[in-house]
Design a protein around this ligand. Structure first.
Ligand SMILES: [Zn+2]
Length: 115
């Protein structure tokens, strides 16, 4: 976990109606006959797919964080979760200088602010 753990809110696309871009392009005579760029034609659709991906990833992160906290609480985890928690603790100690108590506090905070 480092700065890469920061999860940024997805940017809100412009409020132009769906398809407006495609119409503009057609009027300008661009992209004649070529395949449309769907990410631009349907920005909202692509944003919602991205949001869905981000929220699923977020669930994984939340789960891993709560397993990590359970491990620090002395709970016995299944091997996969235990290995992940050990790795996380090792990195927090070695790379960030946290002790177990600080790691628990920091991760508990992270879990609470991420909603
Ligand atoms: Zn400490």
């Amino acid at each position: 976990m480092g700065s890469s753990a920061r999860l940024q809110a997805p940017t809100v696309p412009s409020s132009r109606p769906i398809g407006a871009y495609a119409l503009d392009q057609a009027e300008d005579g661009k992209k004649a006959g070529g395949p449309p760029d769907y990410a631009k034609v349907f920005p909202r659709l692509f944003e919602s797919i991205k949001d869905d991906f981000v929220s699923k990833r977020k669930e994984t992160i939340r789960r891993n964080l709560s397993r990590f906290l359970a491990r620090l609480d002395g709970e016995e985890l299944d091997p996969k979760d235990a290995a992940r928690a050990e790795e996380m603790l090792k990195r927090l100690k070695d790379e960030h200088g946290y002790c177990e108590k600080c790691a628990a506090e920091a991760m508990g905070y992270l879990l609470s602010v991420r909603g």
